[in-house]
Ligand binder design. Structure first.
Ligand code: GLC
Ligand code: CA
Length: 524
C-alpha cells in the first residue's frame, strides 16, 4: 500500500470545467496549477483528474485516441509534467484516469484493426469473423469497416472494446486470455501506465475496471488475474503508485490488486440511500430532514464489504462524480453539511467532486455535451467569484465549454469564503479534523455503536473519536447504555458540532439536524 494513501483526501477535477487560463473557454493544466493552493487549502492533498489525453471527445475524453499524448486544449505533455511537479512541491499527489477497456474508434490501433488485410493490430479488438454474425450478449457494431466482421463495444459506439480475451473461448473468433494478441493488449496497457508513472504521475483511477475479459464469470476471475499481474508490476517497480477502481465491488477489486475501490451510485446500491434516493418522484435520501430511512439501509451493505477488505484496501465514499447528478439536487445546504461530515469521518479515502464543496447546482436543462447526456448538468464551469463567468474564463459566454450558472444566488468560492457558516467552510473544518486526528486515518477502526431500523439518529466510533448524527427535524435523545459498546464520557471533549448536542446523565441529547464529534481521551 503506498504510504501516502493513509491520509489522502482526493479532489476530483473535470479538466474541461475547472479553470481556463488562456481565455479559450475551456479549462487547462495551467488553470489547475493556479488553483492548487485553493485545493490544498480545502484540506485535500490528492487529485484525480478525468482523462486529459488526445481524443475526439465523443465521451468527454473516455474515448482515447492517443494514450501518450495530452489533448492540446489542456496543454502539452510538458505542461502536464509541470502540473505533476507543482503538485509534488505542495506535498500532494495526482491520479490520472486510465481507460484500459476501450479506445476511441479513431485510435490508430483500431484503424489498423479495421483493415481487411491482417496486421499487428487485427486482434487488438474483438471481431467476429463474418459481417453477418453479431456476438451474443455483447454490444457490437456492424457495417462500419472494410474488414469482414462485427466488432465489440464497451460503452458508446465510438468506444470499441480492447481484446484481453475470453475466459472460456467458445467460438473460433474468441481468443483465450493467453493468446499472444491478448497478451499484447495487456502489455500495451502496462506500457501506457509506465509511460505516465515515469513522467511523475502517482497512479490511476481505472475506468470500468471490471470490463477487461469478456464472458468472465461471476467472480471476474479473468479480469482479476490481469489486475493482479499489473499490481505485481507496480509493487516491484512503482511501490508508491496507487490504483483506484471504478468497480463498486471491493471484495473483488481489492483482492485483485486495487488499493481502493469506490462505493458508487450504481443501481439500487447502498450509496444511493445516503444522498440520491429518489423513487416515484419522492426523495427519501437518508440525509433528508424528512426521510423515513434508517442508516442501516446504508450500513448493512457497506459493512459487509468493509469488514472483508479493511485490512488490505480502502472502500471510498464520494460526494459525487462526473457521472452522477450533483448531491445538491437532492439535499439542501444543511443536509449536505451533515452528509459531508459523515463521508469525511468514515474510513477509506474521501473523494470530493469539484464544486461540491460550495454546493454547485446540477444544471438540468443543458443540451448534452461530449456524450454527457444527463451527466452534462454536473460538468459546468467551477464558480470562483463574482467576476465575468464566475472567474472561470475570460472568454465570451457563448465560447465557454458549458454555460456557467448565472442564477442570482449561484454559490461561489469567494462569497462562501467570507461566511464562516458556509458549506465551503464546513468542508474545511471537517477536513481539518480528519487531517489532524490519527484515528480518522486508521482504516480498520470503524465501529457502529448505535443504529436501529425505524430510527434516524445513529452513532459510530473511530478509535477515541465518537460521532453522532441526527439528520431528522426533531430533537432526540440516545441513551449511552444502549450502544453496542458504551462510550466512556468521563473525560470526553466536544471537538466539533453542526447543530447542537449535549451529554448528561448517560444520555446524548441531539438537536434537529445535528452532527457532533467527541474525543474520549480515556478510551483505549
Ligand atoms: C466510466 C466513466 C464514464 C465513461 C464510461 C466509459 O463509467 O466514469 O464517464 O463514460 O466509463 O468510458
Ligand atoms: Ca483554456
Amino acid at each position: 500500500m503506498p504510504k501516502w494513501l493513509k491520509d489522502a483526501v482526493f479532489y476530483e477535477i473535470y479538466p474541461q470545467s475547472f479553470m481556463d487560463s488562456n481565455g479559450d473557454g475551456i479549462g487547462d493544466f495551467e488553470g489547475i496549477i493556479g488553483k492548487l493552493d485553493y485545493i490544498r487549502g480545502l484540506g485535500a492533498n490528492a487529485i484525480w483528474m478525468n482523462p486529459c489525453y488526445d481524443s475526439p471527445f465523443r465521451d468527454a475524453g473516455y474515448d482515447v485516441r492517443d494514450y501518450k499524448k495530452t489533448a492540446a486544449r489542456y496543454g502539452s505533455n510538458d505542461d502536464l509534467v509541470r502540473l505533476f511537479d507543482e503538485i509534488h512541491k505542495r506535498d500532494m499527489h495526482i491520479l490520472l484516469d486510465l481507460v484500459p477497456g476501450h479506445t476511441s474508434e479513431e485510435h490508430v490501433w483500431f484503424q489498423q484493426s479495421s483493415r481487411a488485410e491482417h496486421n499487428e493490430y487485427s486482434d487488438r479488438y474483438i471481431w467476429t469473423d463474418n459481417w453477418f454474425q453479431s456476438p451474443e450478449g455483447l454490444k457490437s457494431v456492424a457495417g462500419e469497416s472494410e474488414r469482414n466482421g462485427v466488432y465489440v463495444l464497451n460503452f458508446f459506439k465510438c468506444q470499441p472494446a480492447l481484446n484481453y480475451g475470453f475466459l472460456h473461448p467458445e467460438q473460433p473468433w474468441q481468443k483465450g486470455m493467453d493468446d499472444p494478441a491478448c497478451i499484447a493488449t495487456k502489455e500495451a496497457m502496462k506500457d501506457v501506465m509506465r509511460f505516465w508513472l515515469e513522467k511523475g504521475c502517482d497512479g490511476f483511477r481505472v475506468d470500468m475496471a471490471d470490463s477487461l475479459v469478456k464472458n468472465d464469470d461471476e467472480k471476474k476471475t479473468g479480469t482479476c488475474m490481469i489486475w493482479k499481474e499489473i499490481r505485481e508490476m507496480l509493487d516491484k517497480s512503482y511501490p508508491e503508485a496507487a490504483l483506484v477502481s471504478e468497480w463498486n465491488r471491493p471484495t473483488l477489486a481489492i483482492p485483485a490488486g486495487f488499493h481502493m475501490d469506490f462505493c458508487l451510485d450504481w443501481g439500487g446500491n447502498c450509496y444511493n440511500v445516503l444522498m440520491r434516493d429518489v423513487k416515484n418522484g419522492k426523495n427519501n435520501s437518508f440525509f433528508r430532514k424528512d426521510s423515513t430511512r434508517s442508516v442501516l439501509d446504508f450500513f448493512d451493505e457497506y459493512l459487509e464489504s468493509y469488514e472483508k477488505i479493511k485490512e488490505i484496501g480502502h472502500y471510498c465514499l464520494i460526494t459525487g462524480n462526473h457521472d452522477t447528478v450533483r448531491a445538491s439536487y437532492f439535499l439542501d445546504v444543511q443536509e449536505l453539511k451533515l452528509a459531508y461530515a459523515f463521508l469525511f469521518t468514515m474510513p477509506g479515502n474521501p473523494f470530493l467532486y469539484y464544486g461540491d464543496e460550495i454546493g454547485m447546482r446540477y444544471q438540468s436543462r443543458l443540451l448534452t455535451k461530449e456524450g454527457g447526456y444527463t451527466r452534462t448538468g454536473s460538468r459546468t464551469p467551477m464558480q470562483w467569484d463574482d467576476t465575468k463567468n464566475h472567474g472561470f474564463s475570460d472568454a465570451e459566454p457563448e465560447q465557454l465549454y458549458l454555460p456557467v450558472d448565472i442564477t442570482e444566488d449561484a454559490p461561489t468560492v469567494q462569497s462562501q469564503e467570507r461566511n464562516p457558516d458556509s458549506l465551503l467552510n464546513t468542508v474545511k473544518d471537517i477536513l481539518k479534523i480528519r487531517n489532524e486526528k490519527e484515528d480518522l486515518k486508521d482504516n480498520t477502526n470503524l465501529a457502529l455503536l448505535y443504529a436501529k431500523a425505524g430510527e434516524r439518529a445513529f452513532a459510530y466510533r473511530r478509535g477515541s473519536l465518537l460521532m453522532l448524527c441526527n439528520p431528522s427535524g426533531q430533537e432526540t435523545a440516545l441513551r449511552a447504555d444502549c450502544f453496542t459498546d458504551v462510550p466512556d464520557m468521563s473525560k470526553a471533549e466536544k471537538l466539533y458540532e453542526i447543530g447542537g448536542a449535549g451529554y448528561a446523565d448517560g444520555s446524548f441529547l441531539l438537536g434537529a439536524q445535528t452532527f457532533v464529534i467527541w474525543e474520549m481521551q480515556a478510551a483505549k
